[in-house]
Design a protein around this ligand. Structure first.
Ligand code: UDP
Length: 239
């Protein structure tokens, strides 16, 4: 029987780096297609899906400013990078027959839709995957905060943060054999212990809106669908 889920509307947040494969930069089309296929399995379950994709595979504002660039200009470059990633994901999803909209916080009408909340909600109701691009549209923010903001505005039941590991650990599992994964951890613990799930503003916004964050591995084939069906290992961040 097909896997079941109680979730009706979710937001998937992935970093830009998730799209670059082993290349170290940019978009790796087979990797983008693999993630699109993961999204399709969840779309096939009838779940309404929002996506936010970072831009770190192309440009990060902090890196640019460390190299002498004006910070806000560098941040706008980072936001534009997220639009490129969103378009790449849109193309891959459409290749699988899924209707999508790229919705940008910074209007660029020839490229994608501007963000209009009610319109985005309508797209979700019509089973279109909404890929929210250009972050929050403001410098000094991150796409983690954009994900939390959009998930709140769209009334998503949770943010699914796809990473390289299957949850949140007390220390970096890549460096420590004895690292322990939390099944559940509070927002305040994430902040106080600096567990690095998302940046502090994103965690605080999620906490203030009671929005659970589910951290899971996107490297695990079938992982996204499995987590939605209540299988596999993950960490739930909540009150
Ligand atoms: N950015 C921004 N405002 C936002 C979201 C993103 O200025 O609301 C810029 C910022 O410079 C950031 C870059 O876009 O470094 C890429 O986003 P992020 O670092 O969140 O990408 P990820 O690490 O998830 O790939």
């Amino acid at each position: 029987s097909p896997a079941q889920t109680t979730f009706k509307r979710v937001l998937l947040k992935i970093s830009g780096e998730a799209l670059m494969g082993d290349q170290g930069f940019g978009l790796h089309p087979p990797t983008v297609e693999r993630i699109a296929a993961e999204v399709k399995t969840v779309h096939d379950m009838g779940v309404e899906i929002c996506m936010v994709i970072g831009g770190g595979n192309i440009f990060r504002g902090l890196q640019g400013s460390a190299q002498g660039m004006e910070r806000t200009t560098a941040d706008y470059m980072g936001m534009l990078a997220t639009v490129m990633n969103a378009l790449g994901m849109q193309s891959a999803l459409e290749g699988l027959g899924i209707h999508t909209r790229v919705i940008s916080a910074i209007p660029m009408d020839q490229v994608c839709e501007p963000y209009i909340r009610r319109r985005a909600v309508r797209h979700l109701e019509k089973a279109r995957v909404c890929i929210f691009a250009a972050g929050t549209g403001n410098p000094y923010f991150t796409t983690d905060t954009a994900a939390t903001l959009r998930a709140s505005e769209m009334s998503c039941e949770a943010i699914f943060k796809g990473t390289k590991v299957d949850g949140v650990y007390d220390k970096d599992p890549a460096l420590h054999d004895d690292a322990v994964r939390y099944d559940m951890v509070s927002y305040d613990d994430v902040l106080q212990k600096r567990l690095g799930v998302m940046d502090a503003s994103a965690i605080a916004l999620a906490r203030d809106n009671n929005l659970p964050i589910i951290v899971f591995s996107l490297d695990e084939p079938g992982g996204f669908k499995g987590i939605l069906a209540g299988e596999g290992t993950y960490t739930r961040v909540e009150g």
